[in-house]
Design a protein around this ligand. Structure first.
Ligand code: APR
Length: 251
């Protein structure tokens, strides 16, 4: 797989790289993206409609069952060649990953600097007192409903540690993300449709600071001409090709 020369040139000279990842980054690990069809029990359910405070208010057992299914799904898959390539790149340049994903596949691949803009599947907390809660492994099989557990401290419901539509992003990850993007010499955007803000505003922020933006996604996205170069390939194909080309090109 030939890396487009302008992308390779930018990557060669960048000592500090920010990478914005979305659901497409984990697609080849077997984690379905948000705007592609889901499978099995959740096939006919709109993922974006479940990820809301309203859905939780309306039916916490349904929302909890969906998140526990996703926890089990992610536990059962592995980082793909794209995640591993980003971790390898971190050995020769400073690579700061800003992910919208709630899985832990970047960390499991070995990337050292990862910020989660939308929280994590693995940090449930109490709805009332906010305390983090340790939970046993979820059921392996998908269930249509599962009552959320109670907080051991105050007895209120435990909720997923993710950011739902309409909720504020946690402040510290956002500040780290904007700092990484502003200070980078290159921003690589991988596998995001670019429709969910404020994350989708990061490429424009990069360019307003003179940072070139490269996109890796097999399909056209909403980022359109807010990127400098688009490479229509997948994460697990493009990223290893890029990192390998960097290694071979080194004197
Ligand atoms: N490699 C790279 N990109 C891919 C691959 C792949 N193998 N497969 C699909 N894609 C691309 C799609 O073309 C699409 O542009 O990944 C993108 C996935 O888009 P979405 O499903 O919209 O995911 P994302 O952009 O991460 O969604 C943003 O919305 O639902 C909320 O909070 C949730 O973090 C999520 C946010």
């Amino acid at each position: 797989m030939g890396v487009p020369p302008p992308i390779l040139d930018l990557a060669r000279t960048a000592r500090r790289v920010a990478v914005l990842t979305g659901a497409g980054m984990s697609a080849e690990s077997g984690v379905p993206t948000f705007r592609d069809a889901q499978t099995g029990l959740w096939e006919n359910v709109d993922a974006t409609a479940l990820a809301t405070p309203e859905a939780w208010e309306d039916d916490p057992a349904k929302v909890w069952a969906w998140y526990q299914w996703r926890v089990a799904l992610v536990r059962g898959v592995h980082p793909n060649a794209g995640h591993r390539a980003l971790a390898d790149w971190g050995h020769t340049a400073r690579v700061q990953i800003v992910t919208q994903n709630v899985d832990d596949l970047h960390e499991r691949a070995g990337s050292e600097e990862v910020v989660h803009l939308h929280g994590s599947l693995f940090s449930p907390r109490c709805t009332r007192c906010g305390r983090p809660v340790e939970l046993p492994d979820p059921p392996r099989d998908a269930l249509a409903r599962l009552e959320p557990p109670s907080c051991p401290a105050c007895g209120d419901d435990v909720r997923p540690g993710v950011v739902w539509f309409g909720e504020m992003l946690p402040q510290e990850p956002w500040e780290i993300a904007t700092g990484s993007v502003r200070d980078a010499e290159l921003l690589v955007v991988v596998g995001t449709s670019g429709v969910v803000y404020p994350a989708a505003g990061l490429p424009a922020l990069a360019r307003s600071h003179g940072v070139p933006v490269v996109e890796i996604d097999p399909r056209e996205t909403d980022l359109g001409d807010r990127v400098d170069h688009s490479w229509r390939t997948t994460a697990a194909v493009g990223l290893p090709a890029l990192v390998e080309a960097l290694e071979h090109g080194r004197p």
